[in-house]
Design a protein around this ligand. Structure first.
Ligand SMILES: C[S@@+](CC[C@H](N)C(=O)[O-])C[C@H]1O[C@@H](n2cnc3c(N)ncnc32)[C@H](O)[C@@H]1O
Length: 235
């Protein structure tokens, strides 16, 4: 079954996340058996090493990654889905965090050129209506020598690949539907992973967008991959 949502119209993506927002965190931890927290910690460690002053976590969703960057002077979590942001705001208050939240489309950020030191996007770029436009916009707000980090699902490799693919194709849509009561979102998830650029293809794309020192680290048999690149200084 091919989900029409793989066409990725922004309004359809926003509506889909709005429908699952209440169950999003629970399903994340359940479907990844808690490994998603380990993946976000990898990103956090990389950000902390870069010692930035301002971090933008685009597509922040319910804010888990942005909230884990607490030691950074200023963290902005942005997303275009208000129900997801509401959960981020609740957690921000509960934890007494100074996280700043903004309702914004990643393809048109209300930020000045080169105004942040690090941009992170966890499981967000796969949903962009236009991937090139989204990358260009996020790289626009990144300062010279700034670090761009993308955490995204990829296709599993190695001996566990058949089991993990079975899990994604059969178990995940079923559990997702039962828990979220939404029939589309968790069909869209494996389908969007299958059709999204990954590995070297993604690295080449980041280079085409002008980033240097591009690297990738496959995580958990390649179920997710952490990509990084640096925006070069001009001149
Ligand atoms: C799979 S969730 C990831 C949330 C969070 N980063 C995490 O790691 O759990 C994807 C999020 O990206 C947001 N999103 C997708 N496309 C977006 C866009 N063009 N602009 C802003 N947010 C977007 C969705 O609203 C959703 O909250």
């Amino acid at each position: 079954m091919r989900s029409e949502l793989v066409e990725k119209r922004s309004h359809a993506i926003r509506d889909m996340f709005a429908r699952v927002a209440n169950r999003y965190d629970l399903l994340n931890h359940l479907l990844s058996l808690g490994v998603d927290m380990h993946w976000r910690r990898r990103v956090t460690r990389r950000v902390v090493r870069a010692a930035p002053t301002v971090v933008l976590d685009a597509c922040t969703g319910t804010g888990d990654l942005a909230l884990s960057l607490g030691k950074t002077e200023r963290v902005i979590g942005s997303d275009f889905c208000l129900p997801m942001l509401r959960h981020a705001r609740r957690k921000t208050r509960q934890r007494g965090s100074g996280l700043g939240l903004a309702a914004a489309d990643a393809l048109s950020m209300p930020l000045r050129d080169e105004s942040v030191d690090v941009v992170t996007v966890a499981f967000g770029v796969r949903n962009f209506e236009d991937l090139d436009d989204g990358l260009e916009e996020l790289i626009r707000v990144l300062g010279p020598n700034g670090l761009f980090l993308i955490l995204e699902f990829s296709k599993p490799k190695g001996i566990f690949a058949p089991i993990l693919e079975w899990w994604a194709r059969r178990v995940l849509p079923w559990v997702g539907k039962v828990v979220s009561r939404d029939s589309e979102a968790y069909v869209y998830l494996p389908e969007s992973i299958r059709t999204f650029p990954e590995g070297e293809e993604m690295c080449s794309l980041l280079r085409e967008h002008g980033l240097v020192e591009v690297k990738m680290v496959p995580l958990t048999w390649g179920v997710a991959t952490l990509y990084e690149g640096v925006k070069p200084r001009r001149g």
